[in-house]
Design a protein around this ligand. Structure first.
Ligand code: TYM
Length: 330
């Protein structure tokens, strides 16, 4: 078993990233050799400010450590410091098909109507993502539900490469999607996912939000006027209510049914403060650790450097085999 996953170093982490991905990373690092990285190469596929990217990479790495990633156990690094990601990506570009990439919903969403003006990198983004996991023979890739399609593509690329070059090189990675928090939704709109790119700050809880801001965002979260039902089926047509109960369950590490068993009949006037207390109890210590870690950015940079060295060693044999398979090396 080998666990690999990444996150783009674009601004502040939010509760969706935490519950959908990072909480799983923290748990899985003790079960298998794990590699977690800041996808700084992926960040280049849209317009960026270079100074901001460098700062975000350090801040995001510190946030992962503050969330509980132990850099002595897991390998924590930034993608750009392991050149094998970009090298393997190029090899896989010969395998991936235009038609496969054209079907990616993230490409369609991000490019919108302006496909001609989108960067080439935005189109081939999922090929680099495939390289990220295939390079380490990942067996499990803990991600939110929005990354499922990209991982299916990684499996297709791996299968075709193995077949085309008649090798048993790449392991097919399994997406591991948290049953508790596959898709945390916006606090303002139960049909949109919580996202870094939503222009409304009130739509998401950032991991650096103060206690007051967390309580205020949850108080203002969109809901309905009905009391909570006794079981999950009663939330079927209530996306905002379902989201808040889901967040409660994911934070508490319990099921939606057990949250409802405790809160059935309650209105949101009572449920929201309980949710805020729970969120603050979990997020405040992360925020405090992050503040301390950012006092010494050089130490965070050193963690990434050590992680990159370990990752380079693990990546080398697979890259060499891929080069052999394609006739680039004898
Ligand atoms: P990114 O940076 O958008 O998000 C990081 C992780 O957070 C999850 N996530 C969510 N989960 C539940 N609910 C939400 N509202 C929510 N929003 C985000 C994402 O699913 C993801 O797991 N392409 C990737 C980064 C990447 C990667 C990889 C991931 C690059 N290479 C290789 C896995 C393996 C991305 O942009 O994630």
């Amino acid at each position: 078993m080998r666990v690999v996953s990444g996150i783009q170093p674009t601004g502040n982490l939010h509760l969706g990233n935490y519950l959908g991905a990072i909480k799983q990373w923290v748990a899985m690092q003790h079960q298998a050799e794990s590699l977690f990285f800041l996808a700084d190469l992926h960040a280049l596929t849209v317009a960026i400010d270079p100074r901001e990217l460098a700062a975000n990479t350090i801040e995001m790495a510190a946030t992962l450590v503050a969330c509980g990633i132990d850099p002595d156990t897991a390998i924590l690094f930034n993608q750009a410091r392991v050149p094998a990601h970009a090298e393997l990506c190029w090899l896989l570009q010969g395998t991936a098909r235009m038609g496969w990439l054209n079907r990616m919903t993230q490409w369609k969403d991000k490019a919108g109507k302006n496909r001609e003006g989108a960067s080439v990198g935005l189109f081939t983004y999922p090929v680099l993502q495939a390289a990220d996991v295939l390079l380490y023979q990942a067996t499990h890739v803990p991600v939110g539900d929005d990354q499922r399609q990209h991982l299916e593509l990684a499996r297709d690329i791996a299968t075709k490469f193995n077949l085309d070059f008649d090798v048993a090189l790449f392991t097919l990675p399994e997406p591991y999607i948290s049953p508790a928090a596959p898709r945390i939704m916006s606090l303002r709109d139960g049909s949109a996912k919580m996202s870094k790119s939503d222009p409304s700050e009130a739509s998401r809880i950032a991991l650096i939000d103060s206690d007051d801001v967390i309580a205020q965002k949850l108080r203002k979260a969109k809901t309905d006027a009905e009391p909570l039902p006794g079981e999950a089926a009663g939330l079927a047509d209530r996306p905002e209510a379902r989201n808040l109960v889901g967040i409660f369950a994911a934070l508490a590490g319990t099921s939606v049914d057990s949250v409802l068993a405790d809160h059935a009949g309650q209105g949101f006037g009572a449920f929201k403060p309980a949710l805020a207390d729970l969120a603050i109890a979990q997020l405040a210590p992360i925020r405090d650790r992050l503040t301390r870690l950012l006092d010494d950015r050089a130490a965070v940079a050193a963690i990434l450097e050590r992680g990159a060295e370990r990752a380079r060693a693990l990546a080398a044999p697979t890259l060499l085999e891929a080069q052999r398979a394609t006739g680039l090396q004898v």
